[in-house]
Design a protein around this ligand. Structure first.
Ligand SMILES: [Zn+2]
Ligand SMILES: [Zn+2]
Length: 270
């Protein structure tokens, strides 16, 4: 089994529509015995009427209750912090407040704006947009220390209008190399986000699996830690495109992925 290490519930993530019970029963029905739950936490976010933070101690207590009722089904206690330059220290401080199994870091904003809503950034040439976004991913992994996984490096790409604007290594090799250098030197993992794969497929992108050159470069630089996450928010999306992602990684010569428990990587054979 390959663990799906990136999922949200409506109890703590304001944009999620599934309950913990729905998520667990879907995971069980798909043959999984362990999942990671990584609720959104944005230290600062543009006003959108939603609340992107929560009380970490309350989350910790609630999570322990979920664990009790889940029995043998294993729940990994995680969080997904949204990065901006000025909140790096705060993320590092918050990440050790409660005993997490896994801490994800993400870039959900471009120049301080939510590009899901504010489309202005997509006027930029794709190479410029992708380079600047990857530069933020690299900075995040360089500046922060108390994390385990760099999530969805291709998030900016999900909502692109031009379906040929698929993010590639050749567009921004320096930024990818900086990102990988930070991850590898600190023992952190790169996530393959399977929701991105699904979005690109559904959106009619010319390509939808991660650019092979990105993963080959990561491996050639010494990158060994890869996580898979479906980033599920709603029923029916848990572990989406997992089979395709696994076959793809195998075709590139990867032998294993990891999940995190007690902030340590555990390997799973592909
Ligand atoms: Zn995210
Ligand atoms: Zn997420």
């Amino acid at each position: 089994m390959i663990t799906d290490g990136h999922n949200h519930t409506k109890h703590f993530s304001p944009d999620a529509g599934q309950s913990i019970d729905e998520l667990i029963s879907e995971a069980k029905s798909k043959g999984f015995s362990r999942i990671g739950i990584t609720e959104h936490f944005e230290v600062e976010y543009p006003e959108d009427g939603l609340i992107w933070t929560f009380d970490l101690n309350e989350y910790d207590k609630t999570f322990e209750k979920w664990r009790e009722s889940a029995g043998d089904f294993e729940l990994l206690k995680g969080i997904e912090f949204g990065y901006q330059t000025h909140v790096a220290d705060e993320i590092d401080r918050l990440a050790v407040q409660i005993p997490f199994d896994v801490v994800l870091l993400s870039v959900h904003l471009f120049r301080g704006k939510d590009f899901y809503v504010d489309r202005e950034c997509y006027q930029l040439p794709a190479k410029e947009l992708h380079s600047e976004y990857l530069g933020m991913m690299a900075e995040m992994c360089e500046k922060c220390n108390n994390y385990d996984v760099a999530a969805h490096y291709d998030y900016i790409n999900r909502y692109a209008d031009n379906k040929n604007d698929f993010i590639t290594y050749d567009e921004c090799p320096k930024e990818f190399d900086r990102l990988f250098e930070a991850l590898i030197s600190k023992g952190k993992a790169l996530e393959i986000n399977t929701k991105s794969i699904q979005k690109h497929k559904d959106g009619g992108f010319a390509r939808f699996l991660p650019d092979a050159a990105i993963l080959n470069r990561y491996r050639d630089m010494g990158g060994k830690l890869i996580t898979l996450g479906s980033d599920s928010h709603n029923p029916g999306t848990f572990a989406v495109c997992f089979n395709e992602a696994v076959e793809y990684l195998k075709s590139l010569g990867f032998k294993e992925t990891v999940y995190f428990k007690d902030r340590k990587p555990f390997f799973e054979s592909l």
